[in-house]
Ligand binder design. Sequence first.
Ligand code: ZN
Length: 166
Amino acid sequence: MQCPRTATPLTKVNVGKVAVYVSEKTGGVFLTNQTLALFESGEEARGQALARHLSQFHHPLPSIDARVNCPTCSETVMLRRYYSPLHVVEIDECPGCGGIWLDTGELKKLQSLMLNAKERAMLRQHLLAEHRPVSIEGMPHLRDSQRKEFNKIDRLLDLADWLIQG
Ligand SMILES: [Zn+2]
């Protein structure tokens, strides 16, 4: 497997039993399908370990505008897309295998967008206080609206994840 930016070999590294493929030339990393979610928290040991490992190879590229080919499906051009609704971090995703290429520094940027557990808990408390559901026995339609209220709070929390850390 090769670095899509420099065509140098990628080094397989196991981080918390998850295999990732690191470009030691640039500090970029290839994550196979579904594994990005395991590293996107800078609060958790696995995310910290990968960010720390990549930082020792940190060599920003003059330009990352050029499209890259997927390291595993070499014929497939990866799609550059925004990872968050706030359009802060762009990532390269393979339409074939779902793998994700992060250029140097992009993992840290992603991690800085995530609320930590304590901030989420505080925000949840705050939102629950503002949207306190009413529960009356024997009136199921109220329980329905209560459920909707909780769904709304979850949606607000998701939104707040992106809004609070710009
Ligand atoms: Zn692929």
